[in-house]
Design a protein around this ligand. Sequence first.
Ligand code: CA
Ligand code: CA
Ligand code: CA
Ligand code: CA
Length: 359
Amino acid sequence: MPRFIRQSRVGIQTLIKSGNGRVLVLALALLAALPVMWLAQKTHAFSSFSSTPSGNRGAAATSRVLDSFSEQPPTAASPTPTPALGNYSNTSVALSGNLTVTPSATPEAATSINVSTSTKFKGTLVANTSTGVVRVTDAHPAGSYTVTVTAFGGGGTATKTFTLTVQQGTACLTSGFTNGADVSAGNHPYSVAVGDFNNDGKQDLAVANYYSANVSIRLGDGSGAFSSAADVSVGSGPQSVAVADFNNDGKQDIAVANNDVATVSIALGNGNGIFTNVLTDVSVGNNPISLAVGDFNNDGKQDFAVANDGSANASIRLGNGSGGFTNAADVSVGTRPKSLAIGDFNNDGKQDIAVANGV
Ligand SMILES: [Ca+2]
Ligand SMILES: [Ca+2]
Ligand SMILES: [Ca+2]
Ligand SMILES: [Ca+2]
């Protein structure tokens, strides 16, 4: 029973005991009114419950929810677009020739594009991420190749293929070569590779100069003559140079094995014959002497293998598609390896290496 009712009863009993008649009437009236007052109090309490304080807590909670909503907009993930590629037409190229293959539409939502084909193809393939154009350099040997172009993006990948036919060379009535003019290089040139470093469709040369610790870049004019571009400084004792696109920008880069310092220099091409971005050298085994580019983990990103003359093994470095490399397990080979080549000797679609051991 509510306390104020108990108190009222005590008061009424007191008045009755006093023997005052008017007061007794008043007390009886008050007693009759008690249920109404009690009911009124309960009703008021109910009203209070619905407005305060619980009602305020509810309002405050609602306000916090709204504040949170306005301060931290919903992160409803906007769908990441899936890359798209245009179609590539089947095409052919002369033996040892160059070619550009333009898709029917520019790529969409692609962060990088890789291009690959059979390891039997010995030319160079690179794709431009923004245009999708595939450049073929020094196509050989003759044959038919399925070229796979893969666009990578946050929303997945897109793949197109086309057939590249490398034509047979013209039969020579007489064997032999006619001398072209010698091309000057640096001090003790030890290794040469072919590329197209200024994207003019004419083949160029990169020459590793052992005692100059640099690479000479010579730009071809398409008729057998070459002009000089800026040398590329590399590590000490470069003995082997190879061409590939290590950062997937469609511009050819070079990798150089530095015999004296157990490193491989990676220099990224600007696409105009200039190499201004020489990355941090990649550590390899002792006295690296022969380097070849492949894709050993089938991720579409170019890797390299290098034979180490001083440690009787081959270092495998896996590219990350942006010019960086991670180590894979070394491959033990014979004593004093001198030359390394890549092929697929068991026809399982996985690239293998062959190493010539000098001793
Ligand atoms: Ca060129
Ligand atoms: Ca590049
Ligand atoms: Ca790879
Ligand atoms: Ca194989």
